[in-house]
Design a binder for this molecule. Sequence first.
Ligand SMILES: Nc1ncnc2c1ncn2[C@@H]1O[C@H](COP(=O)(O)OP(=O)(O)OP(=O)(O)O)[C@@H](O)[C@H]1O
Ligand SMILES: [Mg+2]
Length: 463
Amino acid sequence: MENKNILIVDDEKIMRELLEETIRRMGFPADTADDGSVAIQKIKSNNYDLIITDLKMPKVSGMDVLKTAKVELPDAAVVILTAYGTIENAVEAVKLGAYDYLTKDEKFNPDVIEMMVKKVFNYLDLKKENRYLKEEISSQYRYDNIIGKSTKMLKIFDTLRAIADSSATVFIQGASGTGKELVARALHYNSSRCNKPFIKTNCAALPEGLMESELFGHEKGAFTGAIRTRQGRFEAANGGTLLLDEISEMSPALQAKLLRVLQEKEFEKVGNTKPIKVDVRIIATTNKDIREEIKKGRFREDLFYRLNVIPIFIPPLKERKKDIPLLVEHFIKKYNKAHNRNIKGISKDALELLMRLDWPGNVRELENRVERAVIMSKQEILEPMHFIFEGDSFDSIIDYDSEDTNVTLREMEKQLIFRTLRNYNNNRSKTAEILGISVRTLRNKLNEYKEKGELDPYFMKGK
Ligand SMILES: Nc1ncnc2c1ncn2[C@@H]1O[C@H](COP(=O)(O)OP(=O)(O)OP(=O)(O)O)[C@@H](O)[C@H]1O
Ligand SMILES: [Mg+2]
């Protein structure tokens, strides 16, 4: 803990000595004042981190000390001392910005003082740590909008810098939510192609026939429904970048055609034999284990080698937990702006919680959690509770083995239903099957939870 400057204000000598002695034993020297007017003078000329002040004093009150401190030393914490029976005033002081208050009753002793001082110091340290939120994340730990400080991410940044200006094909592998599309966009917008189009195609989205004309275009009359000639995405991306998302889902026939296009750098529209030449940088992604797909005969090995000129593998978040604090910081800022909030940071406990989790949904899941926390929190610092939601499948948070037997069968059942729904992407028939109940029973239960306001709206959208 860093050094701290403390001011003790009380007209009673005994009190001043008790506080001073307690704090000295904690290893901190303290300054004292026997009246509000003296305190105000000191506050105007010195720097304090913590001011402990009595409320009722003969000449100038603790309330005035508080007001001065708020103006002169806005970062200092003020703790109010109040006699038994005047708590209302102390509460008033907290509303005006005091950190907390201590009541001088029979329980008032060195232990109570020490606990409060420790609490304040923790809070001050935390505030300091979170000051980074006002600053930009160092350029060393970001490439465009990609954030990270783990060795693995820093290596990826190096690769991205090195290849930005080449036209070589890039193959990005990584689980869902690890940032593949983000990396693809960063590559395009940091290349000399940045003023030309960035075109994204999801290879899993369309049936084979449509996909071919989607990629390469078609001539009028090439097939039923082709009422006019249409440009494909290869042509649309000319001069720029074409992202082939989820390439492992591409049909074998299209894989063969793509291979030829990559070899010959030209293609034909559906229904036309005239070759078209284009200058397109290809970026392909997959969240599958592509070598496994090759082994199983689902993906052409020759196409893989064509695409895999520059391989980028983005590891799952659980293998680079060092990135979590920086990502959290980045997302708090992002969603402060988007939702017009003013979250100042995250508590140590909450960050520790996030670091413990395995994040099967990777960065996307972390981002969603932080966004929800930013929206829900009524405090400036995010605490663990802001990251836990009704019906949550945060298995590591909900301690199913705990000794806590104060939970009803109904509650257990509800949690189990929520957990299963989440695990199966809100699929009701699958969930009912797993739980051994009918879809109708499941629907009735969900309706009951909904009526009682116990249901996350996410679960009402289930099919
Ligand atoms: N390193 C990172 N820094 C900042 N934001 C990130 C990072 N990685 C991912 N994100 C964010 O997480 C979300 C998911 O990223 P993205 O869509 O690129 O993932 P993906 O790998 O393409 O996932 P999928 O396989 O499901 O399509 C996006 O909002 C993205 O901005
Ligand atoms: Mg994606």
